[in-house]
Design a binder for this molecule. Structure first.
Ligand code: R5P
Length: 292
């Protein structure tokens, strides 16, 4: 392992310079992957835009019943026409989601903590690869806790899932978690996103922060951004616009869609930003027109 002393600060990100190994495939860092993996990635990242609107409703895996998600069977199907990917647990998928839909599926495969714990950073791999195959999922999501108590076990979980996914052509989505001791700074996210990508995850999920464009530039796989806590709709659209403008490959948004007073209209407005180049203001106007 390299000596930690005397490290130079990374600074040459070449922001704005295109990724050099893109080839002819729309997903960053995926040009050298096998056909099955690329096909699944194409269910996630639209071949026309290279981007994705993922709808996250996996919160129950540690939060239990959450405002806006009390009835998955009623809430989620209405949103499915407007999102590219459903990010959820296998319990939610099998019980509440009709299989007759064309959305991609990002399956939450790690778990082990609950809102009752002080330290949420301890998880295990909770889903066998055989069940992910049976559900025909398009990627498997694993939580990572870089810098937290559960760092080692979460990187072990990530490795196990990536190894299994490589065997069967299923991409892994490495989720960079934030916690009480993990600052939401570009320094932290540069460290964590790069570790997760270099471990072999084909997609990284993280949060917005300062110098987000540098985080994107330094990460050799696509970054999707979590929405985080509920914001007013115009601010959530600004968040989406800011990260897309700076190179995010999409959003993985939950509460800012399902806790909106108008979730279906909000999903459509987010879609305009991600896939159609709308600015935040244009998308908010579109949202306003839809709800009135
Ligand atoms: C991930 O860790 C969570 O379970 C959610 O998938 C994630 O936080 C995205 O949802 P939200 O936009 O509500 O933060």
């Amino acid at each position: 392992m390299a000596d930690k002393d005397g490290l130079k600060v990374a600074k040459d990100y070449h922001v704005g310079e295109a990724f050099a190994n893109q080839g002819d495939f729309q997903v960053k860092g995926a040009n050298g992957l096998d056909w099955g993996m690329k096909h699944r990635l194409s269910k996630i990242f639209d071949p026309k835009t290279g981007k994705t609107v993922m709808f996250a409703f996996d919160h129950g895996y540690f939060m239990g019943s959450t405002a806006g998600l009390e009835r998955l069977d009623l809430t989620v199907p209405k949103l499915m026409p407007y999102v590219d990917v459903l990010m959820c647990t296998r319990g939610a998928l099998r019980t509440c989601i009709p299989a007759s839909n064309r959305c991609g599926v990002a399956l939450r495969t790690s778990s082990g903590s609950s809102m009752l714990d002080d330290d949420l950073s301890h998880e295990v791999v909770a889903v066998d690869i055989e069940d992910a195959i049976r559900l025909n999922v398009d990627c498997m999501a694993v939580q990572t806790f870089i810098g937290a108590d559960g760092q080692l076990e979460s990187l072990d979980n990530l490795s196990q899932v990536i190894n299994a996914g490589m065997q069967y052509g299923i991409p892994t989505l490495g989720v960079v978690a934030v916690g009480k001791n993990m600052e939401r700074t570009d320094k932290y996210f540069k460290l964590a996103t790069r570790i997760v990508a270099e471990m072999g995850a084909q997609i990284v999920k993280t949060y917005n922060c300062e110098h987000f464009d540098e985080i994107v530039a330094a990460c050799p796989v696509p970054i999707v951004v979590a929405g985080g806590k509920k914001l007013p709709e115009d601010e959530a659209l600004t968040l989406a616009y800011d990260v897309i403008r700076q190179g995010a490959a999409g959003v993985d948004m939950g509460r800012n869609i399902f806790q909106s007073e108008h979730p279906v209209e909000m999903a459509q407005a987010v879609r305009k930003v991600v896939h159609e180049g709308f600015t935040d203001k244009e998308a908010y106007q579109f949202y306003q027109e839809l709800i009135h």
